[in-house]
Design a protein around this ligand. Structure first.
Ligand SMILES: O=P(O)(O)OC[C@H]1O[C@](O)(CO)[C@@H](O)[C@@H]1O
Length: 234
């Protein structure tokens, strides 16, 4: 596939991360990561994506440590689709390595997914998510998501971030604002593990045009059994 030109990003400034950092006195600024949203290679792909209410984004997260933590995205939940279940999302690591911290809205499950180049990571309905770049190298990742979704930041902002903080010195600490009774971070590694059918099996952009493998993005409630079979729940 020819590369998609990455131009005109939305830039998340480090100062926008202050409400989710472990250190409430953290003072930082400057660009944190770039989000290239609503990308396509050609007009037929653009039309197909629009007709199917799907957005393809690429995010570039240069390796850096911010107030002792590995750089991370701000974190958000997704609101419910018309069928009553929250919009899911799927990520692909294009370069570098990533940790995806997923936390169920009722906090009954908190997962840390290790992924590297070529891996696909599915964010099931109802899981808030934060992406962490745990290295000095740049993380480049793509995602497909419903274009009807919006990001809900408030649950993370109210709690000063996700349930766990990951520090560059290797410490992983529970965010003290969450109850002591929350589950331990459940770590899974998806290196080279394909997602089960009917979810995408190949590079995300090559799924553009494949109605069957992307149907879950706008119809989350129709795939409840399939979510149970994800490696996330093993
Ligand atoms: O909105 P946040 O939490 O900064 O996360 C950014 C990521 O979320 C997305 O908007 C998709 O959920 C991507 O464009 C980007 O990778």
């Amino acid at each position: 596939m020819q590369p998609i030109p990455l131009v005109n990003p939305d830039v998340r400034d480090c100062s926008e991360l202050l409400t989710v950092m472990a250190d409430p006195d953290c003072r930082t600024g400057g660009p944190a990561y770039e989000m290239f949203r609503g990308l396509y290679l050609n007009d037929p792909d653009k039309k197909w994506l629009e007709e199917h209410k799907i957005r393809y984004d690429i995010t570039r997260i240069p390796g850096q440590v911010i107030c002792g933590e590995w750089i991370k995205t701000k974190g958000h939940y997704h609101q419910s689709a018309p069928d009553g279940y929250a919009f899911p999302e799927i990520y692909e690591v294009l370069e570098g390595e990533a940790l995806y911290l997923l936390q169920k809205i009722d906090l009954s499950d908190i997962i840390l997914v290790n992924a590297r180049k070529g891996d696909l990571v599915l964010i099931p309905p109802g899981y808030g998510h934060v992406t962490i770049n745990p290295s000095e190298d740049t993380l480049l990742m793509a995602n497909l998501v419903s274009s009807a979704f919006t990001s809900e930041y408030l649950p993370f902002e109210k709690m000063q971030g996700a349930a766990y903080y990951l520090f560059a010195d290797g410490r992983r600490e529970r965010n003290p604002r969450y109850p002591e009774t929350i589950p331990e971070l459940r770590e899974v590694t998806c290196y080279g593990k394909p997602l089960p059918e009917p979810f995408p099996q190949q590079a995300l952009y090559s799924c553009v045009g494949d109605e069957k493998s992307l149907a879950f993005l706008n119809n989350p409630g129709s795939f409840l059994k399939e979510y149970q079979e994800l490696y996330l729940f093993m």
